[in-house]
Design a protein around this ligand. Structure first.
Ligand code: FAD
Ligand code: NAD
Length: 463
């Protein structure tokens, strides 16, 4: 698109970092005819994370929950440029971002400096390890498609290796110990999916092995799923125990070695052997965000980018917005629901900001003497428009979690009332909510088909 509009006013450039919940919801609603829009992300697709825990054991196929960025940008009214690249540093004073091509694997690095008028940082977070020794070396995270593939490969390989060994071989027992650390929703949902696979599918192929598999869920606090109501937490804990998931509460992992996790339980160190270890203890800021925080005096939290109520980065309110998991703001949790609503809000805000920028340009280009009264009129209009830039208000609609064996828990917020559902209705609610939230009709149809396939034919056991 041209750098100016027909009246000569400049077309401003928005650079959007990321292709996750925040960025894609912004992009879907942004009027791209009013700006030069550049999207930068090393991941050339949007990932529907709520169903990611269903993918390692193939209840859901990976392809069913991704949507290519280019198919999203293609539907845009205006032109959108997409670079499959990673932002490596942000220079907020110079209003530029250094990006590095991520498809160029090898010695030649392809680096570019992008200039922006407005920058939107929505790069998510990385998995936190709390610097616990051995986690990086031995554990698997569950954040991206690649993580899901790695977990599957390890679990299936361990099962195949175990079936090679004699039943009394201690190595066989070790290989079949699957340990999940973190009793947040990621840990619970994955442990539930894994146990479903063992009890519904593995049982048919390798009945003896399936009896020996042990799924352990480790949580430091006295209970799991702390964001849910107490009654739903109790229901889930009872249910997981009934499903034979070894639930270890008040168990804080301190280190991980080649064979065991070492955890503090009642002031004593307990060794928990593992064959495959999955780590889901929450989020930490990415290196890109840490680099930005170091340059800005107002960025005083180690937990994420500090923003105000209008999603503006503290210290660079005029030019940088941040949303989603890369930010830290009281009352705004790192969830898809928050990032999605923030993206919508920002798209609306950019519509008003475009009008404001146009008006400012007009006022600056009017002759002072000849257009005195017109200038006053336009300045009044500008003040009115500026007052339209309201704070972001998050509307919490509820929280859902899969807990295994076709069961879910749902906490709904309608007006000021909270509804808690854990009976047979919950799974239908969970399934229809996620189907409804899927990005495209293709995603929706694929997910529904995957559920249908698993119900009638079971899960695939090959790697
Ligand atoms: P993300 O969606 O993580 O997107 C970040 C984007 O930035 C990615 O495209 C990434 O490739 C890109 N990126 C990273 N680094 C760079 C860089 N240097 N330069 C440019 N781009 C970069 N929330 C719910 O509300 N409900 C759920 O059921 C739910 N389930 C979840 C299940 C799992 C397994 C996980 C891991 C999370 C789940 N969440 C859920 C949380 C939800 O996924 C996040 O809150 C949401 O993804 C945050 O959106 P975001 O845009 O901030 O980041
Ligand atoms: P989380 O922060 O929600 O939970 C992490 C858990 O790990 C906590 O309960 C914590 O006490 C525990 N933990 C931390 N250190 C530990 C240690 N050393 N030993 C044992 N336990 C330890 O993390 P998550 O589940 O990865 O979720 C991240 C974000 O994504 C959250 O905001 C969550 O709400 C969101 N999410 C939502 C859903 C959903 O709504 N269904 C699903 C997945 C993720």
């Amino acid at each position: 698109q041209s750098a100016t509009f027909s009246d000569g006013s400049p077309r401003k450039t928005i650079v959007i970092l990321g292709s996750g919940w925040g960025s894609i919801s912004l992009l879907k609603n942004l009027d791209t005819t009013k700006y030069n829009v550049i999207v930068v992300s090393p991941r050339n697709y949007f990932l529907f994370t709520p169903l990611l825990p269903s993918t390692p054991m193939r209840t859901i196929e990976l392809k069913s929950i991704i949507e290519p960025v280019r198919s999203i940008t293609r539907r845009s009214k205006g032109e959108v440029t997409y670079y499959e690249a990673k932002a490596t540093s942000i220079n907020p004073r110079d209003k530029s971002v250094k990006i590095e091509s991520s498809s160029q694997k090898g010695t030649d690095k392809f680096e570019v400096d992008l200039k922006y008028d407005y920058l939107v940082v929505s790069v998510g977070a990385k998995s936190t390890t709390f610097n616990i020794p051995g986690v990086i070396e031995h554990a698997n995270f569950l954040k991206e498609i690649e993580d899901s593939e790695k977990i599957r490969l390890k679990i299936i390989n361990n099962i195949e290796m175990a079936s090679f060994l004699l039943p009394d071989d201690p190595e066989r027992k070790k290989l079949l110990n699957f340990v999940v650390v973190g009793g947040g929703p990621t840990g619970v949902e994955f442990a539930a999916e894994l146990q479903d696979y063992v009890r519904q599918d593995l049982k048919k192929w390798l009945p003896d092995i399936s009896k020996e598999v042990k799924v352990t869920l480790v949580e430091a606090l006295p209970n799991i799923l702390n964001m849910f109501d107490k009654s739903l937490i109790e229901h889930t804990e009872k249910f997981l125990k009934k499903e034979k998931i070894n639930l270890k509460l008040k168990t804080m992992v301190k280190s991980v070695d080649d064979d065991n996790i070492n955890a503090m339980v009642n002031d004593k160190v307990e060794k928990i052997p593992y064959g495959v270890l999955i780590w889901a203890t929450g989020n930490a800021p990415s290196d890109l965000c840490k680099g930005l925080m170091e340059q800005v005096e107002e960025q005083t939290s180690p937990r994420g980018l500090l923003i105000n109520n209008q999603l503006q980065l503290l210290g660079f309110e005029d030019s940088i917005f941040a949303l989603g998991d890369c930010t830290f703001h009281p009352g705004l949790f790192p969830t898809a629901q928050v990032a999605h609503q923030e993206g919508d809000y920002l798209a609306d805000r950019f519509k008003t900001m475009y009008k404001i920028d146009q008006l400012k340009w007009k006022i600056n280009h009017l002759d002072d003497v000849k257009n005195h009264s017109k200038k006053i009129r336009l300045s009044d209009k500008l003040t009115k428009l500026e007052s339209k830039l309201q704070d972001f208000e998050y509307l919490h609609r509820g929280t859902l979690s899969y807990i295994g064996n076709e069961k879910a828990i749902v906490e709904l917020k309608i007006g000021n009332s909270n509804y808690k559902i854990s009976g047979p209705l919950a799974i239908w609610f969970w399934k229809s909510a996620y189907l409804n939230m899927c990005f495209s009709v293709r995603n929706r149809a694929s997910v529904a088909f995957d559920w249908f396939k698993v119900y009638f034919f079971g899960r695939d056991s090959s790697v």
